[in-house]
Design a protein around this ligand. Structure first.
Ligand SMILES: C[S@@+](CC[C@H](N)C(=O)[O-])C[C@H]1O[C@@H](n2cnc3c(N)ncnc32)[C@H](O)[C@@H]1O
Length: 247
């Protein structure tokens, strides 16, 4: 079933990819937009509650702004907040993020479990990046705020990592852009490689559900089929979008 959470300004809320921490709106508006998204997930039974710690979130945002090398990113402040909140609320023991580039998307998720924004203790928070030089930069970035190694970056194909991870995957974040032929269509390959190890209640997040909807056609059909996922919602509050699915 197609479900959407849509703000009126989704198409005019625009960031500068090279200055990702510029404030785009009053803080209370950013919080309200994300709270609306969380509330919808809660009403649908996809989240147990909607509460997360604002001070910890701000500590994560500050640490990333001050310590990460980010050549560019399309993760808007709203998206960063929603990713952090979903992880803080669901507290995944094992999280895999596929296609993490410089690590900003990864830490938006993993920052709920490690570093100054941590609100729980995780087991494995794994970011996967196929380009070795990007994986190295992401690992350098992550090490600056997480000395523990719970959060770590692997230079590999996310399809292989998803297939070979033997433990339950409580949260899977998808952002890999595949090869020239497949593009973001690789999301479905990654999900199918580990679908059996995602427990009931496990969360799957897919970035670019709006601007890459054509390439994600088969992926979106799959997660919106209630034979595969309990429910799925397209979060349309920026031009990129995030499909949030719960098994
Ligand atoms: C476009 S970037 C994601 C950027 C992110 N949305 C942001 O705004 O910060 C996608 C990344 O996925 C990586 N990638 C592509 N195919 C992959 C695969 N099969 N496994 C792991 N990473 C992959 C690419 O090298 C690239 O760094």
């Amino acid at each position: 079933m197609l479900r959407t959470y849509r703000t009126d300004d989704w198409n005019t809320y625009r960031m500068d990819w090279h200055n990702p921490f510029v404030e785009l709106e009053p803080p209370e508006q950013e919080i309200a937009v994300v709270n609306g998204a969380l509330q919808m997930l809660y009403v649908l039974g996809m989240l147990p509650h909607t509460q997360y710690d604002e001070a910890r979130f701000q500590a994560m945002r500050r640490a990333v702004r001050e310590q990460f090398e980010i050549p560019w990113t399309a993760i808007t402040p709203r998206m960063q907040r929603l990713l952090y909140a979903i992880n803080a609320i669901t507290q995944p023991q094992n999280m895999i993020a596929a296609g993490v580039f410089c690590g900003n998307t990864f830490i938006s998720n993993a920052g709920a479990g490690v570093g100054p924004g941590a609100c729980y203790t995780a087991q494995n928070l794994i970011g996967v990046e196929i380009k070795p030089e990007e994986a190295e930069r992401a690992e350098r970035n992550v090490r600056r705020i997480d000395p523990t190694g719970v959060a770590r970056i692997v230079a590999a194909d996310a399809v292989d990592v998803a297939a070979e991870f033997t433990e339950p995957i409580h949260l899977l974040y998808l952002d890999a852009d595949g090869d020239a032929k497949q593009g973001k269509g690789v999301y479905l390959d990654i999900l199918e490689a580990c679908y059996e190890r995602i427990p009931k209640g496990g969360v799957v997040l897919a970035h670019n559900s709006v601007n890459c909807a054509d390439r994600l056609k088969y992926y979106l059909e799959y997660v919106r089929d209630e034979a595969n996922m309990m429910a799925s919602v397209n979060m349309i509050f920026d031009v990129e979008g995030l499909e949030v699915s719960v098994k």
